[in-house]
Design a protein around this ligand. Structure first.
Ligand code: UDP
Ligand code: MG
Length: 303
């Protein structure tokens, strides 16, 4: 199998047929063996039924469907763990990632044996609302200062890579997965190409600002222990303030006590994020549960 195209889908009933037609048109032009793996992430609409019909009529298409919504990270992981291609790609089902661009990325990877990963990054964020733009830029700035996984601003999950890269990603067994960070952490020769995501054909983005903040925080915690060191630094500073306060006034002022309590509360909050991470990892729950898997034959990878 030459190429695997992994497509996470959540409530994409309106897009899925059109996506299938466009990607198939481009893949057929290449005259290569390929598989399209749709991962239905517990959709509440009839995405799953539509994909099933596609699978029944095209032996190049496979579907994995989850027992409920586990999130895009889990869907991408399931696709990777159940793919057979020498080259593997991930793209969205909503037509924001152009199949034509994917084929250009494929050519680039084939023409340059030294490259391991081609990643599309959003060169312009002009379509985002101002608050999202500010938060995104703040996230990249802070992340790249404190994290072991440096990220190129705008880098997306829209990527194509060699199967050795896939094997490296799968070998990381952590629970709260942050694929962009994982890609950075595992290394390999990555080439970034600018792209302009298309407008979403149907429906709306599944990402609210709150979800994005949670996801970004979780990603940072995955690859940085700096916040824990920062607690020590903050504690030391507050201790010095307290000592000075005591020497000058003979007791601790109201303000100093409030500062103490605030720092302690914030520190406990921060530590609890790491503790909950440890807790989640000890539970040994899988990242996803597969309800149905169709289009695979016995020789192919099984999970
Ligand atoms: N998606 C998913 N599970 C989710 C949310 C999203 O599989 O819980 C899929 C979705 O169907 C799409 C891709 O992930 O194919 C990107 O989602 P979306 O378009 O909402 O994100 P954005 O493009 O705004 O980053
Ligand atoms: Mg989208």
């Amino acid at each position: 199998m030459r190429l695997s195209v992994i497509v996470p889908c959540y409530n994409e009933s309106d897009s899925v047929n059109e996506f299938y037609e466009q990607i198939t048109k481009e893949l057929k032009k290449k005259k290569i063996t390929y598989e399209i793996i749709f991962v239905d992430d517990g959709s509440k609409d009839d995405t799953e039924e539509k994909i099933e019909t596609i699978v029944q009529n095209d032996k190049n298409v496979k579907m994995i469907s989850f027992s409920k919504n586990f999130g895009k990270e889990a869907a991408m992981l399931a696709g990777l763990e159940n793919s057979n291609g020498d080259y593997v790609s991930i793209m969205d089902a909503d037509m924001q990632h152009s199949p034509v661009t994917l084929m250009e990325m494929y050519d680039k990877l084939i023409d340059n044996p030294d490259y391991d990963v081609i990643c599309a990054y959003k060169a312009k964020r002009s379509d985002d609302k101002p608050l999202k733009r500010v938060l995104t830029s703040l996230f990249y700035r802070v992340n790249n200062k404190i994290s072991d996984a440096k990220l190129l601003p705008g880098a997306s999950d829209f990527r194509i890579f060699k199967c050795c890269v896939k094997d490296a990603i799968i070998s990381l067994k952590e629970k709260n997965r942050f694929l962009k960070g994982i890609f950075s952490w595992i290394g390999f020769n990555t080439i970034y190409i600018p792209y302009q995501p298309e407008k979403r054909l149907y429906g709306t983005s599944k990402w609210s600002i709150l979800k994005l903040i949670k996801y970004s925080l979780s990603g940072m915690i995955s690859f940085s222990t700096f916040p824990l060191k920062a607690i020590f630094i903050a504690g030391t500073l507050v201790f010095i303030v307290g000592v000075i306060n005591f020497i000058l006034m003979g007791n601790l002022s109201y303000r100093t006590i409030i500062l103490f309590v605030s720092i302690i509360m914030m520190s406990i909050g921060l530590i609890s994020l790491y503790v909950s991470r440890i807790y989640n990892n000890t539970l040994e729950r899988p990242n996803y549960i597969i309800k149905k898997k169709i289009g695979y034959n016995d020789k192919e990878v099984k999970k």
